[in-house]
Design a protein around this ligand. Structure first.
Ligand code: MG
Length: 251
């Protein structure tokens, strides 16, 4: 079901989104060589509590962390562990928060210290693709316009565009309809309307788009072991176009 949000609903999501932006800021700054993923998870929990929110990832279908931390060939849903970060790691941080019942969800990828030029370009291009998708997130656009805009950014680089994991609607649930694919045909698919909220989240791989899930039943990795990047924002569809809710200042 696709729900229409009111101005008040968006205000609550904006608060949650501000807290998610703060998690990104705090975790990014703390993510240095020698720091463990579990330490970063604890920092995120503190930020969520300070922001008067609750974590939406913790216990989601049994997920054992406050945030998802995925390193190098891990695409999404990495479990915070005792693993220490090291120079050259590519870290994807996916975080969410709930404020007064309303959800926000956003992800960033960054290097720990110096990363390879290939990884650096992958990160840059994946973020650019997210913004291309956000730009299309306006009343009257169709889901195919968003997916097409995203995949077009990957194409000249030959990156694998992950298909099994996608963007989604968001509101009183973290994952609502519609599914927002990272590929598609312009002019096709559902038309966006004012009051919708969607998560735009491309995941690009340096190699194949194919994925597999590790034995922990959570961590999604690239089938060929190549590095992956992930960016995501929660976006409100407003009469004036897209409003990104997962930015500082909302909380
Ligand atoms: Mg999401």
């Amino acid at each position: 079901m696709i729900t229409t949000k009111s101005t008040e609903d968006f205000a609550r999501m904006r608060h949650a989104g501000g807290v998610v932006a703060r998690i990104h800021e705090v975790v990014h700054e703390a993510a240095q060589p020698g720091v463990s993923l579990l330490e970063l998870d604890s920092l995120a929990a503190e930020v969520i509590a300070e922001g008067e929110c609750t974590p939406n990832f913790l216990n989601y279908h049994g997920f054992p962390g406050n945030i998802c931390l995925s390193v190098d060939n891990q695409i999404v849903h990495g479990i915070p562990s005792k693993r220490p970060l090291k120079e050259g790691d590519v870290l994807s941080l996916d975080a969410g928060a709930i404020y007064d019942g309303w959800h926000a969800d956003a992800a960033i990828t960054f290097g720990i210290g110096e990363v390879s030029p290939e990884a650096s370009l992958l990160i840059e291009v994946t973020e650019k693709a997210m913004w291309a998708g956000i730009e299309m997130s306006r009343p009257g656009s169709r889901l195919g316009d968003i997916g097409h805009a995203i995949s077009q950014v990957a194409e000249p680089h030959g990156y694998g565009v992950v298909r099994e994991y996608t963007g989604h609607g968001i509101g009183l649930q973290m994952h609502e309809d519609p599914q927002v694919l990272n590929y598609g045909n312009p002019g096709k698919g559902m038309k966006l309307k004012v009051g919708m909220a969607i998560c735009i989240e491309p995941m690009f791989n340096l190699g194949t788009h194919e994925t597999r899930v590790l034995a922990d039943n959570w961590t999604v990795v690239t089938a060929d072991g190549a590095i992956s990047a992930h960016f995501e924002h929660t976006v409100a569809i407003t009469p004036n176009g897209p409003e990104v809710l997962t930015v500082p200042g909302g909380a």
